[in-house]
Design a protein around this ligand. Structure first.
Ligand code: TRP
Length: 333
């Protein structure tokens, strides 16, 4: 039986965070065993925000090296940069013509992104979900591992695909399904009501996989802790979002169940918990950084992986584009 196709992507708008690692990359690594996985660096999505060109280029390559350092295996999975496969933007234009304005202006993420911009809203922000649909639909994807915040975008991708198939009465696109990861969403260290994000302006709110031990120490020490008297350690996202976030990090990095972790820290104080969190994060990150430093020194190898990845991805994407051209009546040469 042919393995199902998994597609996912991370934007290189910053260096991959501990939150990305726990919520996404660890899961990507496991998925490689049961699916044909395509893992993309969504650079075209990132330019919907203001970026610093030099830093952007660095972040892109650092993130490629980090994918590899987190054991995404280029022999098993396709690793590539979105802008290296021209079919993404090509399909995006076509799908623009099959999407309604109202569908895009209704997107929750769009509405929240434009909240503080009163004019000069770039169209990339509006069209963002269509580019994402193109990413997914190009590869006849079966499963998309996404967090809850991207479900609405995935739903729109499905809607566009179904609409397109219906108009031409042909199965041009496979209808993708979400692969919800099991709720291990790591929150911001300074405001545990928000998701940990690499593009947060408050640098203390996230841990980057390239932070040194000193920075990790500082950030965890400073992290938000809930006020109660006497301070108790237990998992309850509503009552104790800060402590629960730290416990969740620990449970993920140690592989221990939350009930076991809670027992271990039952009669301890916050500072003891934080020291443990710091130690586990430092250990995990130092393994990743060890690999990273080797990959980073070998630019030729990274470029080779990317060329190989985009060539393979292009081969699949081209098949879909050819079908799309033919069914629409565009002339395919
Ligand atoms: N929009 C996603 C995010 O910000 C990244 C992304 C781009 C993506 N293309 C995708 C995720 C396709 C899944 C599938 O998290």
């Amino acid at each position: 039986m042919k393995k199902s196709i998994v597609f996912s992507a991370i934007q290189p708008s910053g260096v991959i965070t501990l939150g990305n690692y726990i919520g996404v990359l660890k899961n990507w690594k496991i998925l490689q065993n049961n699916y044909n996985c395509i893992y993309c660096i969504a650079d075209m999505h990132s330019i919907t925000n203001k970026i610093n060109p030099k830093l952007f280029k660095k972040n892109i390559m650092d993130n490629v090296a980090l994918y590899l350092s987190c054991n995404i295996n280029p022999k098993k999975s396709i690793i590539f940069i979105q802008s290296h496969v021209k079919y993404h933007t090509q399909l995006c234009w076509i799908l623009n013509c099959f999407t309604y304005l109202g569908e895009l202006t209704r997107m929750t993420q769009f509405k929240s992104k434009i909240k503080n911009i009163f004019n000069k809203i770039n169209l990339g922000l509006l069209n963002y979900p269509i580019l994402m649909a193109s990413d997914i639909l190009l590869y006849q994807t079966n499963k998309v591992p996404v967090g809850k915040d991207q479900i609405q975008h995935l739903e729109l991708s499905k809607k566009i695909a179904k609409r397109f198939n219906k108009i031409y009465n042909k199965k041009i696109f496979n209808i993708p399904e979400p692969l919800l990861n099991n709720g291990n969403k790591i929150m911001s260290l300074s405001n545990p009501k928000k998701k940990m994000s690499k593009s947060d302006i408050n640098k203390n709110s996230f841990i980057s996989l390239l932070d040194d031990p000193k920075k990790i120490h500082k950030k965890i020490k400073k992290s938000f802790t809930d006020i109660d008297n006497p301070p108790k350690i237990y998992y309850d996202i509503k009552k104790k979002p800060g402590i629960s976030n730290l416990l969740l990090i620990l449970s993920n990095l140690t592989g221990k169940k939350m009930s076991i972790i809670e027992k271990e820290f039952e009669n301890q104080n916050y500072s003891y918990l934080k020291i443990n969190v710091i130690n586990y994060i430092t250990d995990t990150i130092s393994d990743i950084q060890h690999n990273f430093n080797i990959y980073k020194k070998n630019k030729d190898f990274l470029e080779y992986i990317l060329k190989y990845g985009s060539k393979k991805a292009s081969k699949y994407a081209k098949k879909t584009i050819e079908k799309v051209y033919n069914v629409i009546g565009l002339y395919y040469l």
